[in-house]
Design a protein around this ligand. Structure first.
Ligand code: TXA
Ligand code: MG
Length: 344
């Protein structure tokens, strides 16, 4: 597996980007940074290339991939029956962390959509992602570049940990910014439906299109309905060590810690700086700060989940966050990552 380190001034990295693009053109898989998480890319029009993505990740065959493009024109080349409100969404949020689900026109290989008649398309805003897509001139199918079931990768090291030896290369563009994946929005009806909360928030969408629905199946355990984004039904984001979500304030967190310590357990704590400062430090408690704002928590979440290793801690405790703005995506991922929710 090759590794290309992109320097800050991306114009000085043209050769490396073209080298990575050449692997995509010949039908190989290359991981690359987007503004959300790293993606594992392949030529979306080449069925054999796309099959390598499923193979490398161990991804279930019925879970469709997102096609990444560089421009609105390239996006419209892959879909049909585009409602007017999608124009407004694209003008406002693309390039950016939003994926539109629209009827496919069949330009992409059938395994990209896992046999569905619709396709998820997005224009990432990360300069390296855009440069790579332009350099190969192809739509790039790309799920998150992790082994299926693990937390998504927000650094090239995360990708390396999961996929080295299984893919042709990784383009290292440093840590991603947003940290949680794109918002997946079904645009096949008169009113758009959020299938997966993500980088663009419900509140932001409502400003542009008015009414937005939410797929009731996107929260684990909330309903028995089948999620419309097939990927939402699978085990996801799981850290190496079991994680409990701890509702309530720092006092409740402290109580749960004390009980576990009394049981002889060693405990990892994921929380923002404020909470960590209030906890009394104990031996056998390992803290990982998620920063301060909800935006920080989103950016640091997957690295935090990956930071606790088998043998170092017996259990991870993570605090909960308000489900407003980006907090909706954060809590969606945490509920899926957790094995238990402990109410106050
Ligand atoms: O931010 C992101 O979206 C990242 C970066 C790499 O772009 N990609 C990503 O891909 O998160 P992935 O494959 O890990 O998640 C894609 C989600 C899955 O839940 C999948 O089921 C859903 O989008 N999806 C894709 N195509 C769909 C379709 N046609 N209909 C409904 N859901 C779809
Ligand atoms: Mg994923």
């Amino acid at each position: 597996t090759r590794r290309w380190n992109i320097v800050k001034n991306i114009n000085k990295s043209n050769e490396m980007i073209q080298e990575a693009a050449n692997y995509l053109i010949i039908g190989d898989t290359v991981a690359f940074p987007t503004e959300t998480v790293y993606g594992l890319g392949a030529d979306a029009t080449n069925k054999n290339a796309v099959a390598k993505i499923f193979q490398a990740k161990g991804r279930p065959q019925d879970n469709p991939l997102i096609a990444h493009v560089a421009t609105k024109e390239q996006l419209l080349n892959l879909v049909t029956n585009v409602p007017d409100y999608v124009d407004r969404l694209i003008e406002t949020f693309s390039p950016g962390p939003i994926t539109y689900v629209l009827p496919s026109n069949g330009v992409c290989a059938e395994n990209v959509t896992a046999g569905l008649s619709t396709i998820g398309v997005r224009i990432p805003s990360h300069p390296v992602a855009l440069a790579l897509i332009k350099a190969c001139g192809l739509p790039i199918a790309a799920p998150s570049a992790n082994i299926s079931g693990k937390p998504s990768p927000t650094t090239a090291d995360h990708v390396w940990e999961d996929l080295s030896g299984r893919i042709a290369g990784v383009v290292d563009g440093g840590p991603t910014g947003v940290g949680v994946e794109s918002t997946v929005i079904d645009c096949t009806q008169d009113i758009p439906v959020i299938l997966r909360p993500g980088g663009i928030t419900l509140e932001e969408l409502e400003v542009v299109v008015g009414k937005v629905l939410i797929d009731p199946a996107f929260e684990k355990g909330e309903t028995k309905e089948k999620p419309k984004a097939p990927g939402m039904k699978y085990k996801h984001y799981a850290p190496e060590v079991p994680m409990w979500l701890i509702d309530g304030d720092f006092k409740h967190m402290q109580q749960v810690i004390n009980n576990l310590i009394a049981d002889g357990k060693s405990v990892g704590v994921l929380a923002n700086r404020n909470t960590l400062e209030r906890l009394s430090s104990e031996e056998k408690v390992y803290a990982h700060s998620l920063g301060e704002s909800l935006e920080d928590v989103a950016a640091n979440l997957y690295d935090g989940l990956r930071s606790f290793k088998y043998g170092e801690v017996d259990i991870i405790l993570c605090e909960t966050y308000q489900e407003i703005g980006i907090g909706q995506a954060i809590m969606n991922r945490l509920k899926k990552a957790a094995s238990k929710l402990i109410h106050e």
